[in-house]
Design a protein around this ligand. Structure first.
Ligand code: ADA
Length: 555
């Protein structure tokens, strides 16, 4: 499943998942493997390639003619795409989608080759050995689309309220794929009813953006976490003979997010975040998590009384965001970057790779009503001047691309952070009861005061991580660290203090489920897993589950 709804009715699309792909690789020891595999998937799920890090080759045939568009929702982490032996695209980053249009294909069977490379090295500034795994493979769906003369590539909807009435500004980008001019009509439909119509003219090969502002929706029902009402919007282009040429369907919700002093207002109501950080990680599927398992994760979070998820530490699969939209779960979505030192941030690839990630994330996910905030660069060098310049540049880029949501970053630098003045919302990761034993209230008072005096004064404040390790099944009444008992105890202390802390807009637990980490982390991570999940990697609840459920549901 690519999305939870149909994104085109006029454009023919097919997910290239039917039929297996040919996979081949030359492993580190020189052994060659080849097999038939399902796509999407991670090669770490197959016995011969369990620990392979390198370049794998995926191949398949498909039938097509004329203009086509291939969309890759995620290839981990560097992709090179060839059609009939000729390179047509390349892309870096496992967690953002990319697409390519190929014109005037001859009718017939065509051969698609995709190299996926998950190697670490200077070429890769964001995927580095880390406290999570960078898997290998075509890890999200691939979609083949047939295009006629026009391709509608982007549609962004910005809802807002004025004098009690809901409106939306809509931007549609479309491209003429032919050398000949085109004239026709652009029509927007809201929930199946015509909302707007206009004539459009394209010169040969011209790309245009149409801005349609102030569209009114008199009976709009707002999207709120308790009542997540979604609206379908479609953009359709017809030619001068009224023949449909292309369409793009998306969903959005009528909702606004704004900062009012220390509050984050969602449709004018202050938010109290009760959330989980989550990695896209599953023992049986790696990061290529199937729809039913994604949905299960969100249902478990809801069962524990959570209202939010943080996509730590990269943009998530759109399908997951669709489920969040449907279930009313607010999303802190962040660009890719965890714990990057100044040295890594000085890698010449860092800025372009981070910028591309932000652009692709916002372009693809703009319409999701559940996303209420953009995060960047978790625990990176926000304590150095060089780091600050990077944070500043990335926040500027976010504001250029989206003025409708606030932005933030999760710090771990306490009084050494020099970037608290940059984001709309101040945020910090804290680990009392785990990495240190300072009493939590003492620690919070000191941290909060420090943020107030170092640029974060008067801003909303979030705890973006708090938690403790607990190994599933390790039970002991002595409550030592790593036992389920200790984890449950720590969570009880942490959550009860933080959810009542004056000035704090909420908490994200680190983390929803145990996840696999890179091998170099073995000495601080028993089982080479990050064991701070409230459920283990198989989603089995630890003792802390009931504690979180009681505390979150009481708030
Ligand atoms: C950090 C980091 C997480 C994770 C966590 C931990 O705060 O942001 O990715 O590594 O610590 O488990 O220590």
């Amino acid at each position: 499943m690519v999305r939870t709804f149909q994104t085109h009715k006029i454009r023919n699309t097919v997910e290239l998942s039917a039929g297996l792909w040919d996979f081949s690789a030359c492993l580190q020891d020189g052994k060659k493997v080849s097999m038939k595999v399902a796509v999407p998937s991670c090669w770490e799920n197959y016995p011969d390639t369990l620990t392979f890090r390198g370049k794998g080759c995926y191949e398949r045939d498909f039938y097509a003619e004329g203009n086509i568009r291939l969309e890759f929702k995620g290839v981990s982490h560097t992709a090179t795409v060839l059609l009939d032996g000729k390179q047509i695209a390349s892309h870096y980053n496992a967690y953002t989608p990319f697409s390519v249009i190929v014109k005037d294909l001859e009718a017939g069977v065509h051969h698609l080759t995709v190299y996926a490379d998950n190697s670490f090295g200077p070429e890769s500034a964001l995927h580095v050995p880390n406290d999570y795994q960078s898997y290998g493979g075509i890890t999200r769906p691939v979609v083949l689309e047939e295009l006629k003369q026009i391709c509608i590539s982007v549609m962004h909807v910005t809802p807002y309220q004025k004098e009690g009435m809901w409106y939306a500004d809509v931007k549609v980008t479309a491209e003429n794929l032919s050398d000949s001019a085109f004239s026709g009509e652009l029509e927007l439909k809201l929930a199946g009813n015509v909302w707007h119509k206009q004539c459009v003219e394209f010169e040969g090969n011209q790309k245009q953006q149409f801005c349609i502002n102030g569209l009114c929706c008199p009976d709009a029902k707002p999207w709120n976490p308790e009542t997540p009402k979604l609206y379908e919007i479609s953009a359709n282009i017809k030619d001068s003979n009224e023949i449909p040429v292309d369409d793009l369907i998306d969903r959005f919700g009528f909702r606004e997010v704004r900062i009012d002093g220390k509050k984050i207002l969602f449709n004018e109501k202050p938010l109290l975040i009760k959330g989980f950080c989550r990695h896209e990680d599953h023992p049986m599927f790696g990061c290529a998590i199937p729809a039913a398992a994604m949905q299960q994760d969100l249902m478990l979070m809801k069962d524990m009384g959570a209202n939010s998820v943080r996509t730590s530490h990269y943009p998530n699969d759109e399908l997951f965001l669709d489920f969040c939209d449907e279930l009313g779960i607010l999303v802190w979505e962040e660009n890719h970057g965890r714990g990057l030192s100044e040295e890594i941030m000085r890698n010449p690839n860092f800025e372009p790779q981070a910028e591309a990630c932000i652009r692709e994330m916002i372009e693809a996910h703009y319409n999701h009503p559940s996303i209420y905030i953009w995060g960047i660069l978790n625990e990176c060098a926000s304590d150095t001047e060089y780091g600050r310049a990077c944070y500043q540049a990335q926040f500027n880029l976010i504001k250029e691309l989206d003025q409708s949501r606030p932005h933030s970053f999760a710090s771990c630098r306490d009084e050494y952070d020099i970037c608290y003045d940059l984001p709309d919302v101040a945020a910090h990761n804290i680990y009392p009861f785990w990495y240190h034993d300072t009493p939590i209230i003492e620690y919070m008072d000191r941290l909060y005061q420090c943020i107030q005096t170092k640029g974060g004064e008067g801003k909303p404040f979030l705890i973006t991580e708090v938690g403790a390790g607990g190994i599933y099944g390790y039970r002991t009444p002595s409550k030592v660290k790593w036992s389920e008992e200790y984890q449950a105890y720590a969570l009880e202390q942490q959550l009860t203090t933080l959810l009542d802390y004056e000035g704090c807009s909420g908490v994200y637990i680190w983390q929803f489920c145990d996840c696999r980490v890179c091998d170099s982390w073995f000495n601080v991570r028993p089982r080479t897993m990050n064991n701070k999940g409230i459920v283990d990697e198989y989603r089995r609840p630890k003792l802390a589950y009931e504690v979180v459920k009681r505390i979150f549901n009481a708030k």
